[in-house]
Design a protein around this ligand. Sequence first.
Ligand code: AMP
Ligand code: FE
Ligand code: FE
Ligand code: ZN
Length: 294
Amino acid sequence: MNLSLAITAPSASVSSEAFADLHLHTLFSDGTFSPEELARRGAQFGLVAMALTDHDTVEGCAPMAAACQALGIEFIAGAELTAEFDGHEAHLLGYFLDTRQPKLLETMKKFQTVRQARIREMVSRLNRLGVALRAETVFALANCQSPGRPHVGRALVQEGFCASQDEAFERFLKKGRPAWVPKFKISAADAMALIHQAGGLAVLAHPGLNHCDHIIPQLARQGLDGLECFHSKHSATQSDYYLALALRLNLAVTGGSDCHGFSKGKPLIGGVKLPAVYLDTLKAARRAQPAPTP
Ligand code: AMP
Ligand code: FE
Ligand code: FE
Ligand code: ZN
């Protein structure tokens, strides 16, 4: 069997198979598409299901649900939580979230407050370097509760301090560069508990980018439900490796493009098409999970 069948080029010929994209961002975090635009593009690629996984926010889920419904696309409410395990940053995707769950909303609020303070700190550092960027310019451009480095990068380009987003990251924003400020993270155990409390399933995002595979069995023992085997930045070899690992650890298999719109060049939506059979397995895992504790 070709385990990498989920990876197809955006221009792949029409197939009778149904596909989903379970990793997508909108302008409610650091993507550039509105939920309506994202859903429209999903429909163009023939997606039957889409999950919204904005960073540390679920605000876009209600408009995205409406947009998907209007186009006959199944919608899964999600988020990508910034977490850490044993000193390693780990992004945890939550799926089928109750987006009104109080503890979830409280934690999101905390994430957002810290993200906004972090923007001010990054701008202060830039100012000390002689770059006269204003925090208000970044907030106006971001126009969302969950701003991040890409917004600072875009503001640096908009104000003429950098020629491109890549230059902004290379000179100032990448880890170890002078305006880099570490991000607030919760423990992976807390993130998984929070997702479960909100009735959701917890999936480790893009393991191929994390370079810490040894944490995956430990996360699985702590309640991880799934592994994002298919991702725009995974090679076919990596996807095969994570598929085998998911099978071995009894984890559900997910995949998505991690599309951020035009934030990082060309939109990635359509580049990863997850066969819908994997979504069925995810739903089965959801049905099998114990009811969340209030
Ligand atoms: P933050 O969550 O604020 O630390 O920003 C992390 C986000 O920055 C990632 O989710 C990516 O969307 C984005 N990012 C990382 N590296 C780059 C880059 N070189 N160019 C543009 N965006 C990037
Ligand atoms: Fe992002
Ligand atoms: Fe991520
Ligand atoms: Zn993402």
